[in-house]
Design a protein around this ligand. Structure first.
Ligand code: LLP
Length: 427
C-alpha cells in the first residue's frame, strides 16, 4: 500500500487524485494531505486480515487522531486506542462507541481513571502498580470495567533485530515477577474484571519473529495466571508493524506476519496446555503513515561549501521525527509555481526546516534548478508528525486535508496567530 513514487521531478504530483498545486493554493503550506484512498485501503486490509485470522484490530490513535479520522475508524469494525482525555474526547466527538475504545498510557491521572470507570471506554490497559491501586481506590461494586495489564515481557524489538533485555530497556508495563501479586489485587477489587495481558514491544519492526516472540511471552503469562486459577481470555500484542519510508524499502509482509502471530498463539497455547485466548493487535503507523504526504514550499536554496541546502516553510515544529529518530521521509519536487516541469539532473540537497535548530529533514537528490516557490512533497508523513507537532518558535500547526477520488476537504484548519495567543495571560 505504499505511495506510488514516480521519476523525481518529472511531473506534477497528485495526492488522492488532486494536483498538489491545487491543494497548496487552496489550503496553503505546510500542509498535511491524507490520501483517503490509501487510508481506506489500509483500514480494509487490516479489517480483512483481522477477520480472516480471528484477530481483534484496534487503531492506535497516537499515530494521528482527528475527529474526521476517528469518524472513519468508527465506520470500520476496528477499535480505537486512546491514551489521554484529549484523544478520548476526539473519539467521543466522532461518535465512536465506548465499548470500542481502550484507554492506554503509562501515567494516567485520576481524572482519566475516573473516565474509564464512568464507562467512557470499554477497557483500560493498566501500566503500573500505583495506577492500579488508584483505580482500585476509585472503583466500587457498581462499576464493570475490563482491565488488561500491560506487561514488560523483556523483548525489545529493533528494525531487523530483537533482543531480550530482561525488561530493563523500557519503562513500560509491569515486570513479569509482579504478576501474581498484581492479579491477586485485581481479583480482590470490586468493579474490575481482569480480561488479559498486553505487551507492545516497539515500533517500526520489520521482523515477523519479533511479533511471534512477543505472542509466546504473553502465552507464558497466561499459563502463570491459570496456575493461580485465573482464566485469561485475551492477549494484545501491541502495534509496531513497520512501514517503508524509502521507495526501495522492502515492505513488511503483513499477511504472513499476522498469520505467523496467530500460529505462534495456537502452537504455544497447545504446548502450555492453556485454552487459546483471543489475540489483538494495535497498529497505528501501518494504517496512517503512507496515507500522509506533507507539502512544503521551498523558501531558499543556497550553497555552503560543498553542500546545497534547501529551506522549506515547515520543519521541526510540524515533523520532529527526522531530528528525534533520524527518521527518513522521501522528498520529491511536487510542482513548480508556473506549472512547468523540471528536467534538470538531480543533485544531493539537504532539506531543512525554518526553525532555529539544525532541523535537517533529509539529504536526497533533488533537481539542480530547485528554487524558492517550488512545492515539495515529503512522503509517509501520516503517522507521528501532526500528532507530535509543537508550536516551537511560535509557528502555527499546519492544516490537514483529506484528498481522495479527485476531491478534497479540510479536516483540521491551520492554526492562526490568535490560536497561538489564546493561552497567554498578560502581566
Ligand atoms: N500500542 C501501544 C501501546 C503503543 O505504545 C504504540 C506506539 C502502538 C500501539 C502503535 O505502534 P505503531 O503501530 O504505530 O508502531 N513517535 C514514534 C513512534 C512511537 C510509538 C509509540 N507507541 C515515531 O514517530 O516513530
Amino acid at each position: 500500500m505504499t505511495t506510488v513514487l514516480g521519476a523525481p521531478g518529472q511531473a506534477e504530483r497528485s495526492l488522492g487524485g488532486v494536483r498538489s498545486r491545487e491543494l497548496a493554493a487552496t489550503y496553503g503550506t505546510p500542509l498535511l494531505v491524507i490520501d483517503t484512498m490509501v487510508l481506506d485501503a489500509n483500514l480494509t486490509r487490516f479489517a480483512d486480515l483481522g477477520s480472516k485470522h480471528d484477530i481483534d484490530v484496534t487503531y492506535a490513535g497516537k499515530a494521528l487522531l482527528l475527529i474526521a479520522l476517528a469518524e472513519r475508524i468508527g465506520r470500520t469494525p476496528l477499535g480505537l486506542d486512546v491514551c489521554s482525555l484529549g484523544e478520548l474526547t476526539i473519539a467521543e466527538r466522532a461518535g465512536v462507541p465506548a465499548n470500542r475504545i481502550a484507554f492506554h498510557g503509562c501515567g494516567k491521572t485520576d481524572e482519566e481513571l475516573q473516565a474509564a470507570l464512568d464507562g467512557r471506554v470499554g477497557r483500560i490497559v493498566v501500566d503500573n502498580r500505583e495506577e492500579l491501586d488508584r483505580l482500585i481506590s476509585l472503583a466500587n461494586a457498581e462499576h464493570t470495567l475490563s482491565i488488561l495489564l500491560r506487561m514488560n515481557v523483556g523483548i525489545e524489538a529493533h528494525t531487523h533485530d530483537y533482543v531480550r533485555t530482561g525488561g530493563e530497556g523500557s519503562k513500560f508495563g509491569f515486570a513479569p515477577d509482579a504478576l501474581e501479586a498484581t492479579i491477586a489485587a485485581i481479583l480482590a477489587a470490586p468493579g474490575l474484571q481482569f480480561v488479559g495481558f498486553h505487551s507492545h514491544i516497539g515500533s517500526q519492526i520489520f521482523e515477523a519473529e519479533s511479533f511471534c516472540a512477543n505472542v509466546r511471552e504473553l502465552l507464558g503469562l497466561v499459563a502463570r495466571a491459570r496456575a493461580l486459577g485465573c482464566e485469561v481470555g485475551e492477549v494484545i500484542a501491541g502495534g509496531g508493524f513497520g512501514v517503508g519510508a524509502h521507495p526501495n524499502d522492502q515492505p513488511l509482509d503483513l499477511e504472513s506476519t499476522i498469520a505467523a502471530m496467530q500460529q505462534a498463539l495456537t502452537q504455544e497455547a497447545q504446548r502450555l496446555r492453556v485454552p487459546v485466548p483471543q489475540l489483538g493487535i494495535e497498529p497505528g503507523r501501518a494504517i496512517i503513515a503512507d496515507a500522509g504526504t506533507s507539502l512544503y514550499r521551498v523558501v531558499a536554496v543556497k550553497r555552503i561549501g560543498s553542500r546545497r541546502y534547501a529551506i522549506v516553510d515547515g520543519g521541526l515544529a510540524d515533523n520532529p521525527r527526522p531530528l528525534l529518530y533520524d527518521a527518513y521521509h522521501h522528498p520529491e519536487l511536487a510542482a513548480r509555481e508556473d506549472g512547468t516541469l523540471s528536467t534538470a539532473p538531480l543533485i544531493d540537497t539537504t532539506l531543512c526546516g525554518r526553525s532555529c535548530e539544525n532541523d535537517e529533514f533529509v539529504t536526497a537528490p533533488l533537481p539542480e534548478d530547485l528554487r524558492a516557490g517550488d512545492l515539495l512533497a515529503i512522503y509517509t508523513t501520516g503517522a507521528y508528525t501532526y500528532s507530535m507537532a509543537s508550536n516551537y518558535n511560535r509557528f502555527p500547526r499546519p492544516a490537514v486535508v483529506f484528498a481522495g477520488n479527485g476531491r478534497h476537504r479540510l479536516v483540521a484548519r491551520r492554526e492562526t496567530l490568535e490560536d497561538l495567543l489564546r493561552v497567554d495571560v498578560p502581566d
